[in-house]
Write a protein that binds this ligand. Structure first.
Ligand code: HEM
Length: 392
């Protein structure tokens, strides 16, 4: 979908009252100047371009290493202008609600089983059929080292989901800011990659619109699946889960006026800007093979056929076909009947454990361990700024 048609789709949604359900018409609906696909992160993009062009990345990465907790002071050793910029953004937005954020952390703990499965096998694999994301990730430095990259992404999810993530003792605000710096670096680096330029449909990657698309592949997708799977959630839980994501994408540099105010608005936006653009690319197929290969290295207690079918179950057969995941019809039947029963039993809605309970239980526990170990590395893999692109 071109930028223009995306904008039209969004504007139409606003006109119909489907988007921006808080009845505040977002500014970007009316002016092309404030179109999320034409908004990047100008100030830090300029600062990171300066760091990259003067060979300053190693020094910045060294400085960032000791900056971990939300309450940590900014590290010394950063260029003064970058430090000043970070000082301004390294805080929660004024509208962040600590009660909702605490509730979200509790929700993440209570529903962690499903969240591991949905973020890991759902959102993670979906990212490979979002063409812009797949091409960017593949042609950036991290695309050549998927194990390391997956571990860094786990760090983000882990820091977002832990109790107290947004509090002074938590780490998410810092992790989000480091990610924002990585994205700014990528905006300067990828346009210099002849490989990326040859396949990209944009000049500069990771606009606000692109970040919203990825948010829909994460938060909006997970929320929708939890509903589809009849996982019990109170309205306050759902609201808290949305709020956590609203704060997260604010910290990643998305302008507040673009951030969906309700799940209904998010679902509508997702149907307009995520679902229609899902498609296979050579880069995405390779990334999916890498990711599923990594997962298969760990003993999840299930066959590769089961894993492939779980991805199909969570995402769709269409996506499974795009990625060339071989069929295993016996596993597919087991999942189709066993997984809903597993959920119902775990949630106290079925009196007797279903036959395949232990298989599913072992599977989700193994996925959880993978996540809690932040990938295959037992220690945390720090998020670092790349100094170049994937060579070829
Ligand atoms: C890096 C998260 C949106 C492309 C990262 C990292 C995290 C992250 C945690 C640092 C880990 C690493 O270096 O690999 C997110 C989240 C997003 C988002 C939570 C939205 C909610 C996007 C979008 C794109 C993108 C929309 C492209 C279309 C990249 C690339 C890297 C990166 C290319 C650098 C990989 C490298 O090290 O070479 N992102 N991201 N991200 N992200 Fe994102």
């Amino acid at each position: 979908m071109s930028n223009l048609s995306r904008r039209n789709a969004l504007s139409l949604g606003v006109a119909l009252g489907l988007v921006g359900a808080a009845s505040v018409v977002p500014a970007w609906a009316s002016t092309a100047a404030a179109d999320p696909w034409w908004v990047w992160d100008d100030e830090v993009d300029r600062l990171m371009a300066g760091v990259l062009d003067t060979g300053g990345v190693p020094a910045v990465n060294t400085a960032l290493r000791s900056w971990v907790d939300n309450a940590d002071p900014l590290p010394s050793g950063l260029p003064a202008d970058l430090a000043a910029w970070l000082q301004g953004v390294n805080r929660l937005p004024s509208w962040a609600d600590p009660v909702k954020l605490r509730r979200a952390a509790d929700f993440n703990r209570r529903k962690d089983t499903y969240l591991f499965v949905l973020y890991g096998l759902g959102s993670g694999i979906m990212s490979t059929v979002i063409p812009r994301e797949a091409r960017s990730v593949y042609w950036s430095a991290g695309g050549a080292a998927m194990q390391d990259r997956a571990a860094k992404t786990f760090t983000f999810g882990y820091d977002l989901s832990e109790a107290g993530a947004f509090e002074p003792s938590g780490q998410f605000v810092v992790t989000a800011n480091k990610t924002r710096l990585v994205h700014a670096a990528v905006r300067h680096l990828l346009p210099q990659s002849p490989h990326w330029r040859a396949v990209a449909d944009e000049r500069v990657p990771i606009s606000n619109g692109d970040i919203l698309v990825t948010f829909h592949s994460l938060g909006t997708f997970v929320h929708r699946k939890l509903k589809e799977w009849h996982v019990p959630m109170s309205a306050a839980d759902e609201d808290a889960f949305l709020h956590q994501w609203q704060v997260a994408i604010h910290l990643l540099g998305v302008r507040d006026e673009f951030i969906p105010q309700t799940w209904a608005a998010a679902d509508t936006q997702s149907a307009q800007v995520l679902t229609p653009l899902l498609a296979p690319t050579p880069e995405g197929k390779q990334l999916a093979a890498d990711l599923l290969g990594l997962t298969a290295q760990i003993d999840l207690g299930v066959t590769r056929g089961f894993l492939n079918e779980f991805v199909r179950y969570v995402l769709s057969n269409e996506v499974g076909d795009w990625l060339g995941l071989p069929r295993d019809y016996a596993a597919a039947t087991l999942i189709r009947t066993g997984w809903p029963a597993y959920i119902a039993f775990r949630e106290g809605l079925l009196p007797i454990a279903p036959a395949a309970f232990h298989l599913f239980d072992q599977f989700v526990r193994a996925l959880a361990m993978l996540f809690l170990n932040k990938g295959t590395s037992p220690t945390s893999t720090p998020i670092t700024i790349p100094a170049g692109n994937r060579p070829g």
